[in-house]
Design a protein. Structure first.
Length: 65
């Protein structure tokens, strides 16, 4: 029984906390706020630069403390 629960714990809404709603559908922006630091860290690791990340001519400036 324990092995069965361990396999399915990620898909059980009673055992895991729900994710925030989709900000494109609702006015809730918690999902973007939760992923901001993760996104900035991934950009820094990939591009090795703190100043800017460039995708197809779009420049996003990242702020670092």
């Amino acid at each position: 029984m324990v092995q069965w629960v361990d396999q399915r714990v990620d898909y059980d809404p009673f055992l895991t906390a729900p994710q925030p709603s989709n900000p494109w559908i609702t006015d809730d922006t918690n999902l973007w706020a939760l992923n901001t630091d993760t996104f900035a860290l991934a950009c820094y690791q990939q591009h090795n630069s703190k100043e800017r990340v460039d995708w197809d001519g779009v420049i996003s400036y990242l702020t670092w403390e």
